[in-house]
Every structure is written in C-alpha cells, then in structure tokens.
Design a protein around this ligand. Structure first.
Ligand code: MG
Length: 173
C-alpha cells in the first residue's frame, strides 16, 4: 500500500493531470475558433495524453490497494492571442508539471516506496519529451513570425499528430 502521505500526493497529481487535460482542451477549442485546425488537433491529442497520465496514476493507486478521490477541477483560461502564446503557456505549464513530478518522486524516495519510484520514472522521461516538443513548436512559430504561408505549413504539420496509448496503459499497468 501507498503511505497516507504518498496517497494524498498521488491524488493531488491526478487532479493536476486532469487540470492539464482541461487546459489543453481549452487551447484546442480556442485554436479551432481561430480556424487553426492543425493546432486544434495537436492540443486535442495533448488533452487525450493528459487524461491517459491521470489514468496511469489512478491505476497505480488502485493497484496498491488505495483509494482514488477525485477533487474539483479548477477553471482554465479560455482565450489566447495566437498559437505562439498558447505554446509558450504550454512550455511554462509543462515546466511546472515537471517540478510536481520531481517532488512526487522525491516523496516516494523519502517514503522508501520502490514501486511508486519505478512508475514515476516513466513520468520523468515523459516530461523531458513534453518540454522538448513544446520548445520545438515555439521555435518554429518564432521563425515564421507573421508569415501566413509559414503558419499554414506549421498548422498542416500539427494536423498530422495522432494519439498513441502511453506504454504503461498499453501494458495494462
Ligand atoms: Mg501530464
């Protein structure tokens, strides 16, 4: 079983992942309203990924014989000036999530909880990818500035993103 302290921290992180999902769904809807179908697609996939992150953590809590307690999800921003602003906010947000995951991992070490440490290692790697992909898109958007053709090309590329079931869920962990 997870210690009471660790279980509480996992439940808080489940809420944070679901809040992230809601944030990205909001970014997706905002991009759709601007007519950027590719950007809207990218954020929709991001929304699905965050839901999967919450699910991986919920599965872990249940596997350990603890209870998941779902808390209310706070409101999210609903409008961004453009795609660049949304991706900049994404990077800031992902850096914050990285620090939350790191703190959770450190708590799992303190509590000498090895199964929790193992599952959190996947999230630590995942956060490296999250920050890297947000940064890559920011760089592309920065490079084209207000060039409409460039923005269209980026939108077309973002339209190709598909949802891949994260490995811990695919393995049924
Ligand atoms: Mg996440």
């Amino acid at each position: 079983m997870l210690s009471e302290k660790l279980c509480k921290a996992f439940n808080a992180q489940i809420n944070a992942e679901l809040w992230s999902a809601y944030l990205y769904l909001s970014m997706s809807m905002d991009a759709a309203a601007r007519g950027q179908k590719g950007v809207a697609n990218w954020f929709k996939i991001q929304f699905q990924e965050e839901q999967a992150h919450a699910e991986i953590m919920m599965n872990h809590v249940l596997s350990r014989g603890n209870e998941v307690k779902l808390a209310p999800i706070d409101a999210v921003q609903t409008e961004w000036k453009n795609a660049l602003e949304a991706f900049r906010d994404t990077l800031v947000h992902e850096k914050k999530v990285t620090s939350l995951i790191t703190a959770l991992y450190e708590l799992a070490i303190e509590e000498k909880d090895y199964p929790a440490q193992n599952m959190l290692k996947w999230f630590i790697d995942e956060q490296v990818e999250e920050e890297e992909s947000a940064q890559e898109i920011i760089d592309q958007l920065d490079a084209v500035e207000d060039n409409k053709y460039g923005l269209l090309m980026i939108d077309k590329e973002l339209a190709t993103r598909v949802f891949n079931v994260p490995s811990p869920l695919a393995k049924g962990e």
